[in-house]
Design a protein around this ligand. Sequence first.
Ligand code: AMP
Ligand code: GLY
Length: 425
Amino acid sequence: MKVLVIGSGGREHALVWKIAQSPLVRRVYCAPGNPGIGRLAENVPLKVDDLAGLLAFAKKEGIGLTVVGPELPLSLGIVDLFEENGLKVFGARKNAAHIEASKAFAKDLMKKYDVPTAAYEVFTEIDPAVAFIDRLGIPVVVKADGLAAGKGVIIAQSREEAVAAVTDMLSGNAFGSAGARVVIEEFLRGEEASFLAFTDGKNIIPLASAQDHKAVFDNDTGPNTGGMGAYSPAPVVTADIHEKVMQQVMRRTVDGMASEGRPYRGVLYAGLMIDGNSIKTLEFNARFGDPECQPLLMRMKSDIVPVLLATAEGDISSVRLEWNDKAAVCVVMAAGGYPGSYPKGDEISGLDKAGAIEDLFVFHAGTGEKDGRFVTNGGRVLGVTALGATVKEAIDRAYRGVKEITWKGVHYRTDIGKKALSRSA
Ligand code: AMP
Ligand code: GLY
């Protein structure tokens, strides 16, 4: 079978790496891919939102399965389009991907189906929004309703900051139409975890637990990013918490989406805040997390293609997934300045040395190629991902790889996985 992966980040490199290992797969394509992906698959120069171009390519090449990485093509309806044309495609349909594309929709769904989440209200006018901020008190969380590339959430530490965020969003200055509605919600304390599951709209198969590191600097300081590193398993997700999440978050959400006439097929990602025994859902994503996908797929023992195919076909009841007992840690190496502006085109050295380390893989995200050499071409540049018998071992191995690699202005966090260590100690 021929498989087409859509996207160009570390997540898509991990997907291509895993899919290419399947005995069911003859050839892998990636649109648009990146130079690292190009070592394992054939890159196709089509943008992720060029739905017509992607459809024409899949038809012409006789693609047996298309796997959609990012949210943008999902929210534009790529899955609906491919299905209408009789093609097998893994991902959420447009009306299901709405769970990520509109935070107001996701919050209202959670309220209606009793999925634990922070107290909130949705606003389109500034005055009532400010009155609600005064009711909740500080800190308070202000979220743009629509897709904002992970930047639409402001944790306001003062009333002034909260009012400014609301005013910016509702007046259309920040995030354009994505900010035309805002969600204002209660600030939650605790430890975050990423909980992902495959679902065909009825059956739910959880992936291993994972934890992301959103803030750009050590000790969770500085602005939020798409994710600076991740590890799996996440000890904060105990067996009890896992059960609770499956029943109160995943089951209720999958059933709720079906009742709403938006059957959910694909991978459902819940961002959770865990505080002792309490779980609250921060958000849903309609796709694999990035970087979480990288350590998760390194730990997945089973062939991934059967579960992707079964999900696309709408019945995962006979699928079983096996996981490696080892831990996996991914350290993201970013361009200095990210998540703000950053330079591009800096030559990356040490990739071969790092790549020679056993049980370690360097996934490419924002890389380019110039005169046969790898250069930086994005904010998050690489995801150095390693396995280890323990989290400690996986951390040490990942950082051994990181230390081999450098470029001008490279930035990475030095504390990825530390929270898991403090829990298992
Ligand atoms: P979201 O895109 O909704 O997951 O928000 C992005 C990040 O903002 C989350 O990963 C959290 O770190 C933080 N966040 C979002 N909502 C809250 C909340 N209610 N309380 C505390 N932190 C939050
Ligand atoms: N790592 C967080 C996300 O993929 O949204």
